[in-house]
Ligand binder design. Structure first.
Ligand code: PLP
Length: 419
């Protein structure tokens, strides 16, 4: 197969490409597994990014919450730079001097005993599936090969073949079978349905405390506490996927804190790598993670020293920094201003902390159309499903910038109404 060469691109002294040229290269030379907005980002600082032509945009997606601490966060960059000059990868064949202090700090932050570090969010979920099954066979006494895990409809836990096997999103799932068995799906927010789905084979209930990709769906206040009760009563592990909801996004380290619930395991990802590298983890007590022995699970990159340095800095920043407070304080502003738009181009607005799902009136256009217009006005956001737009700016955004972004949001709704 032949393809056009692009001499000089990406090399020192090479020609600078325009946005259009970058987009064309991506269109013709990358797989179409995403449909990005036509913005080519070249730099980022705090809550702002700049494209290759120098246009500035307020980033109200923050890498799906991977950039909770903002672009180019000086504390995270310093931690990464220091570590880059020391050692970056050892594999877990040896110890490294970043690993122990980091996992201890992360376990303490989550109020658990142990950490199993991986890289992507999907790997943390896969880890939890494996651990839950092993726990079911070795501790609970489920017959080998029969363990089941209860999941929620509308979930998003990643893109591996096992994870899409229990997705209810046909785009994510269709055409990728044969599917991994062993999952039961019940409606999200319905604790009674969880209770009814539990039987002697149930190893775990796996849920997002707030469903992000589904459109920032906040479940009823008693949902997580009732799942906790069922899991205690039926001897089932409660696993909270906090990959998107955790690490500050909702104004708390764990979104589960909002309902006072302590699950058996937390899954963290995204912001754990500070937007610098992929870092994820399953965090649980010894009675859960203790089922794994050497050789049964792992990753070449999981727990590498660079991840440890950045992950430890993230952990410290969450424990000591202003991020949680910012998310809470600015979250109130976000909530108030979005609620003002309900009935005025917005059908519904849900929010928790600095995280909102906004259902745009379908008469005005789709979520994607709104996002395209927002980009023209200098605000980056992402549609989730059909009419829904998700807003999740970095937790370092200023009140003034958030207000400015929400003014643009209202302006775009006006424009759509008038066309
Ligand atoms: N779990 C949740 C709740 C997520 O929102 C995501 C990604 O959006 C994942 C898991 C998967 O993370 P990753 O894309 O890093 O594999």
């Amino acid at each position: 197969m032949s393809h056009t060469q692009h001499p000089g691109i990406g090399e020192p002294g090479g020609r600078t490409l325009s946005s259009e040229e970058h987009i064309e290269l991506a269109r013709t030379r990358s797989a179409h597994n995403y449909a990005p907005l036509p913005v080519v980002i070249a730099e980022g600082r705090g809550a702002w990014v700049t494209d290759v032509e120098g246009r500035r945009y307020l980033d109200c997606l923050a890498g799906y919450s991977a950039m909770n601490f903002g672009h180019g966060n000086p504390d995270l960059l310093a931690a990464a730079h220091r570590q880059l000059d020391r050692v970056t990868l050892t594999s877990r064949a040896f110890h490294n001097d970043r690993f122990g202090p980091w996992v201890a700090a992360l376990a303490d932050l989550a109020g658990k005993e142990r950490v199993l570090p991986m890289n992507t969010g999907a790997e943390a979920v896969e880890t939890a599936v494996k651990v839950a099954r092993k726990w079911a066979y070795e501790v609970k006494g489920v017959p080998d090969g029969e363990a089941t895990i209860i999941v929620a409809g509308g979930n998003f836990h990643g893109r591996t073949t096992t994870i899409v096997s229990f997705s209810s999103d046909s785009e994510a799932r269709d055409g990728f079978g044969p599917y991994t068995p062993g999952f039961r799906t019940v409606p999200y927010g319905d604790a009674r349905a969880v209770e009814e789905a539990v039987d002697a084979t149930t190893a775990a209930v796996l849920v997002e405390p707030v469903q992000g990709e589904a459109g920032v769906i906040v479940p009823p206040q008693d949902y997580l506490p009732r799942i906790r009760e069922v899991c205690d009563r039926e001897r089932v592990l409660f696993i909270a996927d906090e990959v998107q909801s955790g690490l500050g996004r909702t104004g708390t380290v764990r979104a589960c804190e909002h309902s006072g619930v302590v699950p058996d395991a937390y899954l963290f990802g995204k912001a754990l790598g500070g937007g610098i590298l992929p870092v994820s983890a399953m965090v649980a007590d010894e009675d859960v993670l203790g089922v794994l022995r050497p050789g049964q699970h792992g990753s070449t990159f999981g727990g590498n020293p660079l991840a440890g340095a950045v992950g430890h800095a993230v952990t410290t920043m969450l424990a000591e920094g202003p991020y949680l407070e910012n998310a809470r304080r600015l979250g109130e502003l976000l909530d108030r201003r979005l609620k003002e738009l309900v009935g005025d181009g917005v059908v519904a607005a849900r929010s928790i902390g600095l995280w909102a799902g906004v259902d745009v009136d379908p008469a005005l256009g789709t979520g994607k159309e709104l996002c395209l217009r927002l980009a023209e006005h200098g605000v980056l956001a992402k549609d989730t499903h059909g009419p829904t737009v998700r807003l999740s700016p970095p937790l370092v955004i200023s009140e003034e910038d958030l207000d400015w972004g929400l003014d643009r949001f209202a302006e775009v709704l006006d424009e759509l109404r008038e066309r």
